[in-house]
Write a protein that binds this ligand. Structure first.
Ligand SMILES: NC(=O)c1ccc[n+]([C@@H]2O[C@H](COP(=O)([O-])OP(=O)(O)OC[C@H]3O[C@@H](n4cnc5c(N)ncnc54)[C@H](O)[C@@H]3O)[C@@H](O)[C@H]2O)c1
Length: 332
């Protein structure tokens, strides 16, 4: 049974990046819980935003086409809100290596803009930010937890690491209620499934839905903490309503560690008709590969009484059911 979420009925919620994968799923859930939802997103062509993600709720949310780099506009929309979920980011690891300045602008300066707008105009707003497990880079101990040092291997992860620190600094220096949730390999409906530039598991889902083969670099033996998007959404909403986690970083990651090859095989089993194939690593991907990502979710379980619901097959079946209906909106 799905965990009961805290009441956010009537709360004014701003979701930066609300046209993206995680932000749009969050928007659906916030609306279901009775919140007033504003989505702030610029539909960045290098990220996974998709207007169709909010098609079913477009008449029930306020949609602002805006860039988080536009300080005046974003300040205006932060001013009167109760909660700010920051799901806006430039989200491609390979793109960040090709265009490091763009990644720096969005993932660092953009976050400073949100924080500074909150500090100047609405210091009490609850600020929930998303970090990524790839900030850790190659692990020094396993399972890693929130005390693990960070050695990111790509520019996106480095900038995510820095911007997370900005969030914690504003919490500490100005007493603002901030929380960081770190995610890892999120999958589910509304993901960007058309390009290998984003999370590999969602790209594999896209290939499987089209009956195409899945190609794995190397042996695919590296482990990942895959997590279903609804679980991330629950974690975000729980964090937004808990004072206990102000100033905290929490890993909201799956319970089970699957290898990349196991993930591909499960996707083919539940979704696709293609085969799983293995090829040598391309140099540019090998250079930023992090190896095993085995991470503990003990802290968030303890502090927010959160746990992932259902198992991998349940999540894949729900993912298939969604994309079978709407595939044309996600794959050209
Ligand atoms: N998907 C995952 O597996 C995963 C894992 C770890 C962390 N995260 C983090 O979760 C957050 C959301 O990721 P996602 O998977 O939903 O990504 P996504 O690419 O689907 O969504 C990001 C959204 O941000 C918007 N955006 C980008 N630049 C913007 C700007 N300058 N101004 C306004 N909006 C802008 C995009 O248009 C897009 O709609 C990000 O912070 C990401 O780093 C995601």
């Amino acid at each position: 049974m799905k965990k009961e979420l805290p009441k956010i009925k009537g709360k004014k919620v701003l979701i930066a990046g609300g046209l993206g994968f995680i932000g749009s799923n969050l928007a659906h859930e916030c609306l279901r819980l009775g919140a007033n939802v504003t989505i702030y997103d610029c539909l960045d062509p290098n990220s996974g935003g998709n207007l169709f993600n909010i098609d079913a709720i477009k008449n029930s949310v306020e949609l602002v086409f805006g860039d988080i780099l536009n300080f005046d506009l974003v300040s205006h929309h932060i001013m009167d809100k109760d909660i700010l979920f920051n799901c806006a980011a430039s989200t491609s690891h390979p793109f960040s290596m090709k265009e490091p300045w763009i990644d720096l602008d969005v993932n660092c300066k953009g976050v400073i803009n949100l924080l500074e707008a909150a500090r100047r105009f609405n210091k009490g707003i609850k600020f929930v930010h998303i970090g990524t497990s790839t900030q850790l880079g190659r692990l020094h101990f396993r399972p890693a937890n929130e005390t693990h040092p960070e050695f990111p291997t790509d520019i996106y992860s480095a900038n995510k690491s820095v911007s997370e620190k900005y969030v914690l600094i504003y919490g500490n220096a100005y007493g603002m209620p901030v929380t960081v949730l770190r995610f890892s390999n999120v999958y589910g409906p509304r993901a960007s499934i058309h390009s290998s530039d984003f999370t590999f598991n969602n790209y594999f889902v896209g290939l499987a839905l089209q009956g195409k083969d899945i190609t794995i670099f190397g042996k695919g033996s590296q482990k990942r903490n895959i997590v279903y998007v609804d679980d991330c959404v629950s974690a975000l909403i729980l964090a937004s309503q808990s004072e206990k986690v102000n100033g905290e970083i929490l890993f909201a990651v799956g319970d089970v560690h699957y290898s990349v090859a196991e993930i591909a095989n499960q996707i083919v089993k539940h979704i696709g008709k293609g085969m799983v194939k293995f090829v040598n690593w391309p140099d540019e991907r090998k250079a930023i590969e992090i190896g095993d990502a085995i991470i503990s979710n003990a802290k968030i379980k303890d502090m927010l009484d959160w746990k992932p619901e259902g198992d991998f097959s349940d999540g894949l079946i729900k993912t298939r059911e969604y994309f079978e209906k709407y595939l044309g909106h996600y794959v050209k």
